[in-house]
Design a protein around this ligand. Sequence first.
Ligand code: COA
Length: 261
Amino acid sequence: MSNYQNLKFETRNKIAYVTINRPDKLNALNMATMEELRAAFTAIRDDKDVRVAILTGEGQKAFVAGADIGELSKHTTVSAKEYTHKGQAVLDLIENLGKPVIACINGFALGGGCELAMACTMRLASDNAKLGQPEVKLGIMAGYGGTQRFPRLIGKGLAMQYLLTGDQMPAAEAHRIGLVNEVVPQDQLIKRAEEIAAKIIANAPLAIQYTMEAVNHGMNMTLSEGLYLEATLFGVCCATEDKNEGTKAFLEKRAANFAGK
Ligand code: COA
């Protein structure tokens, strides 16, 4: 356990568990929480013993119900710009961590909560989850990447509809359109994430890292540039000890023991 005020943070069996812990405010993201998320995910990135992170919200009602509206109400032009840059940097850190981050959406994921989930590598939702970008109802717009990651994940037309209406999307609809990978009963959410994490952890760490780099960077490139990046990273994989171990283990009909080198 840790000394965070707004997070629970622990590591077990190569998994880091990050739980946003402001249930009385439906885990709304104030600046202090964003700072702690930055610190926690920096620690996860730098800890070689951690292979996967699971991110969720405390309680049974919310993953994160958005940015803290009390803080938002006080922003000036200058502070709002600074606030947005800082928040976007935390989500960029999560998206490009080099290790998978599984969002377990256990209730409301609205505004910054939906954006935080979209910056994660994959999303699982409980059947009571509701996702959306309601900022326009408050006279503002999405500022933690919602206007960019939402259309990339679900397509421009649907993203526009949700960004402009501010409607909440039930878990089943989020699943139908591919925003969340799976919907499971709330008490199974972490267990299902752990099952996926265990499969990832059995695979070669550098191959996981380079695959994520190829997908994340490739999504911002033309197809031919992305394919060039893929070929280059494939070449790098072939220079690793893990490639020797993985191919040797297959030929010797045994499980591979990857060192991440
Ligand atoms: N920022 C700050 N506080 C928030 C919050 C947010 N984004 N979302 C919820 N809370 C607080 C409420 O003010 C309330 O606090 P209080 O008990 O001190 O009054 C507490 O969390 C519980 O929320 P409440 O609104 O009573 O729960 P509900 O079940 O009636 O409604 C929501 C749940 C999520 C529909 C509603 O809280 C909501 O619309 N929240 C704002 C969502 C939003 O616009 N997010 C984007 C922000 S940019």
